[in-house]
Every structure is written in C-alpha cells, then in structure tokens.
Design a protein around this ligand. Sequence first.
Ligand SMILES: [Fe+2]
Length: 360
Amino acid sequence: MNTETTKIKSLLKTLSRIHSSLNIEEVLENSLREIVNLIGSETGSIWEIDEKKQELFFRSIIGTAAPVLKNKRLKIGEGIAGMVAATGKSLIINDVKKSKQWKEEFDRESDFKTKNLLNFPLTSGEKVIGVIQLLNKKEGFTNQDLRLLSILGAPISIALENAKLYTRIKKIFKETSLSLATAIEKRDPYTGGHTKRVLTYSSIIGKSLGLADAELEQLELSAILHDIGKIGIPDAILRKKELLNEEERKIIEKHPLIGAEIVMEIEGMEKILGGIKYHHERCNGSGYPEGLSCNKIPLFAKIIAVADVFDALTTERPYKKAMSFEEALIYLWEKKGTEFWPPAIKALKEELNSQVLQYI
Ligand SMILES: [Fe+2]
C-alpha cells in the first residue's frame, strides 16, 4: 500500500471510530421505554426541537402508532407538545377531549385512542430542546409523575443533546468522506461531480427499493467511497485522454480492490465494503475483480453499478457525447439481467418518471 493510500486509510479509520462509538438513538429509546414502564403509561415519545425550522419532530417514539407517526412534525406552539415547547412548562391533561390544543388527526391517522397525556419539557440550561410525552395512564397522570420526571428529565435531556450531536457527527462524517472522494476524483479532470451524482442516483434507487434508514446511510457511504481506490492508480493512466491499452486497463481495474483494501480493516466499515469491491461486477460474470454472478454480487454493489454506469452514460467524456436520461435507461434496460440487476434499473426509471431528478 503506498503512502497516499495509507494516509486515506488512517483518516477514514479515525472518522469511523467516532461514527460507530455512539449509539445514542438506542440509549434514548431505552430510556423512554424505562420511563413508560416506571410511570405506567401505555406509550410515549420524545420530541426534539428543530431550531432552524422552529418545529418539533419525533426523535424517539414507541408503541403501535410509531410507524405511522414517526415522520410527523409540529410547529412550535402547535398541538400540546408544541405548546409545552413554546412555554417550557410541563402539562398534564387527563381528558384530551377537553383540550383545544389537542390534534385529533394524529389519532385518526394512526388508529390510536389518546385518553390522557403528560408533557415534560427537556432543557439545556434555560433553553427547551425537546418534550417528553407520555400517553394513556389508566388512573390518570398525577403531580407525583411530574416529580419523577423532573428527576429523570436531566439525564434524558443530556441523552437528547448527545443525540443531536450524534446527528451532526454523522453528517460531518458523510461530508468529510464526500470531500475526500471528490478530492481524489479531481485528479481525473473528466469526471467532475461523478461521486456526488453516483451518491444521488444510488440513494434514489435505495429509497425506492425500501431500504431502512440505517441501510440507506451505509449505501450512501459506499457510493461516496466507491472509487476511493483510484488514489492508487498512476496519473498517467487516470488522466489519459485516449482509450486505454490492455495493460493500462488491467491497472485501472485494480481500483475496486485497492478501495476495498483501504476500508477493509476499518471497524464499522464492513458493511460498505461490498459496494466498493464489487461495483464493477456484472450479472453474467463478465465483470471484475472476481467475475461474480448476480446472486453473489452484494446488494450495494448492484445498486452502485447501475448508478455508476448511468452517470457515465449521461455525462460527456473526451471520447464520447452524453446520452439523454431516456437513452441511458434504454441502454441499461437492454442489458438487464445480463449485466445489470433489473430491480435497480426499474427503481431508477420509476423515480425518473416521477421527476425526482429534475431537482438534482
Ligand atoms: Fe469504479
């Protein structure tokens, strides 16, 4: 491994260690479950304040309504949680029907029946950073419950602050990886913006295929770093305008293996490895480095392969013109099953039709 490759490896290693050492989401959800048990309510949630948008969103939500409600937002001042966020005062409502602030639509949409509520503001110093909300206690909520929450509120507020920090770290990790990949990409003057676009297309395909949030994050990181191994390819080959000869082609085809070597031993990066190592494999076994067939190629690699080729086809290079999105999709579709994984092409096509890409 050359010096540049080793440097990149240790940089990624440091970033990944910070990234994987925090499991705050879990801490927050477990704390919420414990409080729900302790106070004896049916369920509960932790709202966080999005300061930019002046809204509240669910940082943690448990119970049967969670899947339907998890993406809901409230303006500060809106609804009961919004009001508690605005005033910073805790609130017990033992008959929601009598409350003007109660947003009944949440119950309607989630097929849940809220009877009573306890709301407690989570603070950092003087500032309200979130609201803990407990729902449905058989005998109704009491001031005793509020006293208990005033003790438990402090560690939960700290956990929430950490969770906010965790989100920022994840964002910074992604952005740093993207800058790193973009810096490497800049060595090749003809592929400007390629990494970012492969990230966008991969992400669109992953979302359309219904990947869970955590998996989607890993796919995105894999897409960002898919060509990181090009750091080990000499400039004379990488920057060559003319078509490569056989020997040069063999050298450039080493980049997935070099990339895999860089991330291989980094803790927390195991899951993204497949997308880097196998993004040039093809379904009929004609790809490299191992000539795997479709069922052996990891999911991320099959998605990134479609995103990668789609971008190569739709951008201009010194030796070829750019295809239109439609022409590129037809090209990929003609090679479905032989070279590319059909569900990934289908997903991209559907999203293009729904015009998501006009915003890119
Ligand atoms: Fe590549």
